[in-house]
Design a protein around this ligand. Structure first.
Ligand code: 3H9
Length: 708
């Protein structure tokens, strides 16, 4: 490769050069996140070489403009052929530059951004900066020598923590790990300049992170650490290849000389990048960001400030939502109908926090701080000044309407009134208030304080500001927001319900709950669908079926077996049996031959012929029923994009991210194949399988859900 040699300086739009005394200040200016696209890489080469050949320059400071140092490689480039200069060539070249290069880091140094910083000879950072190699989350591994340099700088165990698990760490931790040489208080550039001057004065030797060039040990010496991270990767990212590829790259590099190891990485990297898993994970990355773009809610619409919150109802959901407020440092006023209900709810919240303390997740003081933010009352006037109130009482439309009209009469104007209903018609709830434009749905997933998804439901009245506030709340709660329209079950639960329905029918037809759940777990779901039903309680759907019985269409198949289990008191984990039975501790599902006997009885009574059912039929029935419903949701305009449905499945139901999402999975399977199966099931099982018009149209036009 040709590097700049002092003449024909290539100017760069995205890399700045400024001489300050004897220091060259090189800036990366590629908003929004200074991704290391081609132009940035070209500019870095030319401007750092310019500094290295300029006799007036004694040291170089590299800094990012805007909100961050750099967020790494430009992920969009991964779909295109590789264009030189490769980031690795730049970093390796900097090893040979004799003037010290100091990376000055704020915001994030992620992936290639951290690798670039490791290519510098020193690193300083502000305390708020974050460091990490999240590549595994994109189905790849740090491909610009991060797997070789990080172990040399931070030691093997710390390097594996970052590289295999992909979670970012704070600047303070990076300092403790030896990744950062100094934490800068005050202005970063000023601090970096002082640091550079100190290095020059003290004639401090450059630290080259590819040194020592020979390997740093034998895998046998680190057997236990390597096994620990192999196990963690298998557990935390089940079914995903990239953490294992990342681990293998680090392990290869232990014995090999640096040059040989990076050559091997350059062969391994394209295989990962071009894998189906990486493509799905990259799709998921952009889908998550796309979900925040709401038609009508542009930059001119701001979310209302939320300085205090209110929660009505302190059942399981209410408790989780209260914890979300407290965890975010927002004071929250809780309302219940009785003192006893308040006491029980608060006791559970305290136990939950205590559990977090016991597991080392938070300190005693943090628990106390969170609990201090929670106030309780049975009097509606206490929520009068809340900025946003979330109703989380049990699913009863009349009760919810009553609560909303009370809220309407006491709560200040401009507050957002939200319901956590999973199924109810929020248009009806909003219409009892004098300010329906301020009413939205905020549908949390169980457990609310843990699950990352927040479905923001837009009624026919909701104002753009109220929706922006709901999406803003998702960010405040460190969740992912996605917008849904009003429909039974909105987007997430509505698209999942057919999967549950088919699982129920499959048991009637001869499959065992364990067989069905194993198929779905093998597919990558964290739990089988029937084990989840047992966990939530079978009576939830039973009650709903009873309340909607008057709407039941006789041409649609009915889940008699699910009703029968409930009638027998088998309501799931809480009663010790449901689709499974539960032994001591009550959480491990044990296959129960009794269920098969009950299923046989129901099949005889309802004229269902039982048979051996293949795993592939189970997968097709459960997954394509959801896809067909997802297509209907899109057709009706209840979701804006197929990718929003995918995000809800990932963060609401734990759908394997490396499969992209339920709609992306359908695209990958081939929509003609999906439609063929849907039509086949329609002819056998009837109306519930009526193919979606959108699905038929996409197949006819050779198009897909997620590729436009
Ligand atoms: C890598 O480095 C491989 C290397 O080993 C080298 C191999 C040779 N590329 O998230 P935000 C966009 S792999 C392209 O909303 P935030 C994003 O799509 C990379 N685009 O902001 C969005 O666009 P839009 C390893 C990127 O403040 C906009 O920037 N690095 C990239 O909430 C704002 O993003 C990572 O995996 C990118 N790398 O969060 C880090 N990053 O406005 C990925 C962002 O059109 N990035 N965009 O929707 C992040 O984690 C977050 O973006 C970050 C900021 C924490 C930085």
């Amino acid at each position: 490769m040709l590097f700049f040699r002092g003449e024909n300086i290539a100017m760069s739009e995205v890399i700045g050069f400024e001489l300050r005394g004897r220091l060259a200040i090189i800036t990366i200016d590629n908003p929004p996140v200074n991704a290391l696209g081609l132009e940035v890489r070209q500019g870095l080469i030319s401007q750092v070489d310019r500094a290295s050949w300029d006799e007036k320059v004694a040291a170089i400071v590299l800094i990012g403009l805007g909100r961050t140092f750099t967020a790494g490689a430009d992920i969009r480039e991964f779909d295109k052929p590789v264009q030189e200069p490769h980031l690795l060539s730049i970093i390796d070249h900097w090893d040979t530059i004799e003037k010290p290069i100091i990376a000055a880091i704020h915001g994030t140094a992620l992936g290639g951004g951290l690798e670039l910083a490791l290519g510098c000879h020193f690193r300083v950072a502000v305390q708020a900066a974050m460091f990490g190699t999240p590549e595994v989350k994109l189905g790849i591994f740090p491909g610009a020598a991060g797997t070789q340099r990080l172990p040399r700088v931070a030691g093997l165990e710390h390097a594996l923590e970052l590289i295999v698990l992909g979670e970012p760490i704070s600047a303070m931790k990076a300092f403790q790990y030896g990744i950062v040489d100094q934490i800068i208080e005050g202005d970063l550039l000023d601090g970096a300049i002082s640091f550079a001057e100190k290095i020059l004065e003290e004639k401090m030797p450059r630290r080259v992170s590819s040194q020592p060039k020979q390997g740093i040990g034998s895998p046998d010496d680190f057997k236990d650490i390597i096994q620990k991270y192999r196990d963690l990767a298998s557990r935390k990212m089940r079914g995903q290849d990239s953490p294992h590829q990342a681990l293998a790259s680090v392990v290869d590099g232990l014995e090999m000389p640096y040059e040989q190891a990076v050559l091997k990485d350059r062969e391994r990297f394209p295989i990962c990048k071009d894998s189906d898993q990486s493509k799905a994970l990259r799709y998921a990355f952009f889908a998550e960001r796309e979900a925040s773009k709401i038609p009508g809610v542009g930059k001119n619409i701001s979310a209302r400030a939320i300085t205090n919150g209110g929660v009505i109802g302190l059942g399981t959901m209410g408790q989780g939502i209260v914890m979300c407020f407290a965890n975010a440092g927002i004071p929250v006023q809780v309302l219940e109908s009785s003192q006893e209900a308040l006491e029980n709810g608060i006791k559970n919240i305290q136990q939950n926090y205590q559990g977090m303390v016991d597991r080392g997740r938070i300190s005693d003081q943090e628990m106390v701080n969170c609990l201090d933010l929670i106030s309780t009352s049975t009097d509606y006037s206490t929520v009068a000044d809340s900025d946003l109130i979330i109703e989380a009482v049990f699913e009863n439309l009349e009760l919810k309407k009553d609560i909303f009209s009370k809220l309407d009469s006491v709560v200040k104007k401009g507050a957002v009134l939200a319901t956590n209903t999973s199924y109810m018609d929020i248009n009806q709830i909003a219409s009892v208030t004098s300010r329906p434009e301020d009413v939205i749905g905020l549908h949390f997933f169980v457990p609310a304080q843990v699950m990352k998804m927040l479905e923001v439901v837009r009624t026919k009245y909701s104002s753009n500001e109220a929706i922006a506030t709901g999406m803003g709340l998702a960010k405040i709660f460190k969740k992912v927001g996605g917008v849904a329209g009003v429909s039974h079950g909105f987007v997430a639960n509505r698209s999942r319900a057919p999967m549950v329905r088919e699982a129920n029918f499959l048991v009637e037809e001869g499959a065992s709950p364990a067989q069905i759940d194993k198929v779905l777990r093998d597919f990558g779901m964290p739990m089988g669908v029937l084990a989840v039903s047992d966990m939530s309680g079978l009576d939830v759907s039973w009650r709903m079926r009873k309340s909607l019985a008057h709407l039941h269409d006789d041409e649609e198949r009915y889940p008699y077996l699910a009703d029968r289990l409930c009638e027998m008191g088998r309501l799931g984990r809480k009663t010790g049996s449901g689709w499974y039975t539960y032994g001591e501790g009550g959480t491990v599902p044990i296959p129960d031959p009794q269920v098969d006997i009950i299923a046989q009885e129901v099949a005889i009574e309802t004229g269902i012929e039982r048979r051996q059912i293949s795993d592939s039929e189970i997968a097709d029935r459960c997954l394509f029923a959801a896809v067909n419903e997802g297509a209907k949701i899109l057709e009706e305009g209840i979701a804006y994009r197929a990718s929003d449905i995918d995000i809800m499945w990932q963060y609401g139901f734990g759908f394997p991210r490396w499969r992209g999402g339920i709609m992306y999975h359908a695209d990958k399977t081939g929509l003609p194949n999906v439609l063929q199966k849907v039509e086949e099931f329609y002819s056998v099982h009837g109306k519930l399988w009526k193919p979606s018009e959108l699905l038929k149209n996409l197949v006819a036009s050779g198009s897909s859900f997620t590729q436009g």
